[in-house]
Design a protein around this ligand. Structure first.
Ligand code: PRP
Length: 214
């Protein structure tokens, strides 16, 4: 397509991106929550949004199916970043990536005595790096959601997952025992598009960057 395609996921990322798009004069013509459309137009005929699964955003941008994408640092780290231009931190959808265990499980002691821990997570690459750097022995179990359930039913000793309000952990009797990193969403750009569509992209990128809250 001649114009610009921006890939993003519905929910928190979509909602928190709206003011940044507005700063660039871009207003979507549909709400993905209600319309179920996967391609959403905007007030600008040369800008459209595509609604993708959060973990797929970097893939659409990597292959050039989207020129731009908005994805969490968690997703980008797992993806590896091939074919993506250096991300701009949009400072939205902020949360943290943490290790959590059931209340009463002595994580520190287990680590000290060199126990091998079963850890359930969506973020296997990031978790592997974290535990390797700390010298903690882990078996990682890949899950795609509802990580908090795993320790409750004996699938894992611990989880590595995103924590925002902490409500999901509390509701499931889990506690955070380690903060791995702060997470926010970033704008990624297809490397080829940055060259070929430079004139179209430049004012949009500048307006978005200018609207980012520090
Ligand atoms: C995320 C995350 C936690 C929850 C944390 O899940 O995986 O489960 O939000 O938020 P809180 O600290 O405010 O409770 P999400 O709802 O995105 O679903 P998912 O299980 O598909 O990742």
């Amino acid at each position: 397509m001649q114009g610009i395609t921006l890939a993003l996921s519905k929910g928190r990322i979509f909602e928190e991106t709206l003011p940044l798009l507005a700063a660039a004069g871009i207003v979507p013509t549909d709400d993905p929550e209600s319309s179920r459309k996967l391609i959403i137009g905007t007030n600008r005929p040369d800008v459209r949004l595509v609604i993708v699964r959060a973990s797929d955003t970097p893939t659409y941008v990597q292959y050039g199916a989207a020129d731009l994408g908005i994805a969490g640092k968690d997703v980008l780290l797992e993806h590896g970043g091939a074919g993506l231009y250096q991300p701009i931190d949009l400072n939205i959808a902020r949360c943290r990536l943490s290790v959590a265990v059931p209340k009463g499980f002595d994580y520190e002691q287990a680590v000290r005595r060199g126990a091998r821990l079963q850890v359930a997570t969506k973020y296997v690459h990031t978790a592997r790096e974290h535990f390797a750097a700390k010298g903690v022995h882990v078996d990682l179990i890949k899950l795609y959601g509802s990580m908090e359930l795993a320790p409750l039913v004996g699938l894992a000793d611990a989880i590595v997952d995103l924590v925002s309000s902490g409500g999901t952990l509390r509701a499931n009797n889990l506690v955070e025992v380690e903060h791995i990193m702060d997470i926010s969403s970033r704008l990624v750009i297809n490397q080829a598009a940055l060259k070929v569509k430079h004139d179209l992209l430049k004012p949009i990128l500048e307006a978005i960057e200018g609207a980012v809250k520090k």
